[in-house]
Design a protein around this ligand. Structure first.
Ligand SMILES: NC(=O)c1ccc[n+]([C@@H]2O[C@H](COP(=O)([O-])OP(=O)(O)OC[C@H]3O[C@@H](n4cnc5c(N)ncnc54)[C@H](OP(=O)(O)O)[C@@H]3O)[C@@H](O)[C@H]2O)c1
Length: 222
């Protein structure tokens, strides 16, 4: 699983939650599309869909189209969403709802495939359950593009393997990538990047690496 997003120098994802802000240069945006084409599925949270109305397709690079996937516990996806306009790749929606919810059938009628899950102790869709279900559907690689809440819960679940992060040389002072810490001084659960690579794409710096979690490091020391 690859986590990929663009942030400003001060760690903002966008100016304000719910509003899109283009941070990437044309060159790093093309890289993002190349990365999308290397993955079987592409995931964002419903907050990003409501803010950006994304298509989640590969347009700026050659290659295959990944399966669009959204985390939408309560089926808030609007029926007018651009994701429902793509007849070749209707979205998969991971949800905590059941067919008793009338929106279930409305979304299904628009081609969406609904994947029901039981809530985890935090009342959320569990990343490990999601990965198991996707594996059963033939998905072997997943790219996660955000937004802030999804990035936080994914890092907390220690489920992503790789990170590819675009650093745009601008200050924004907006919505922080992480609005809450991932650990405490007593219990530091701070993921880090190993085997780090850097490359310039236009004016942006792209940082990539393998995600390493405190438990892995403890294991390695034993
Ligand atoms: N710069 C970038 O690369 C980039 C990339 C993406 C987004 N963005 C920006 O980020 C903003 C959106 O971020 P956001 O934090 O508001 O929304 P988000 O992270 O896209 O979506 C969060 C929502 O996803 C649902 N969800 C379901 N299961 C979840 C789980 N296990 N963990 C976390 N969320 C789960 C929750 O809604 P329910 O409870 O209703 O399911 C939650 O409120 C937008 O303004 C967008 O423009 C920037």
């Amino acid at each position: 699983m690859t986590l990929s997003y663009a942030q400003s120098l001060d760690g903002s994802l966008t100016l304000q939650r719910g509003k899109p802000l283009r941070l990437s240069s044309p060159q790093s945006l093309r890289l993002t599309h190349q990365l999308r084409a290397l993955h079987d599925a592409l995931l964002v949270g419903i907050g990003t869909v409501l803010a950006d109305n994304p298509r989640l397709t590969v347009r700026l690079a050659p290659g295959k189209q990944p399966q669009p996937l959204i985390l939408d516990s309560h089926l808030r996806l609007p029926l007018s969403s651009a994701l429902l306009e793509n007849p070749h790749h209707p979205p998969w929606i991971a949800t905590l709802e059941t067919p008793q919810n009338p929106r279930w059938h409305a979304l299904q009628a628009r081609g969406a495939v609904l994947l029901p899950f039981a809530p985890n102790p935090q009342g959320r869709i569990d990343w490990h359950d999601l990965l198991a279900s996707l594996f059963g559907r033939g998905i072997r690689s997943l790219m996660v593009e955000g937004g802030a809440q999804v990035i936080h819960s994914l890092l907390q679940a220690q489920a992503a393997d790789l990170a590819v992060i675009t650093l745009a040389p601008r200050f924004v002072g907006g919505l922080a990538v992480l609005e809450q810490p991932l650990g405490t001084l007593e219990k530091p659960l701070f993921p880090s990047l190993k085997e780090v690579g850097f490359q310039r794409f236009g004016e942006d710096l792209v940082i990539c690496g393998r995600l390493s979690y405190p438990n892995d490091e403890l294991e390695a020391k034993r």
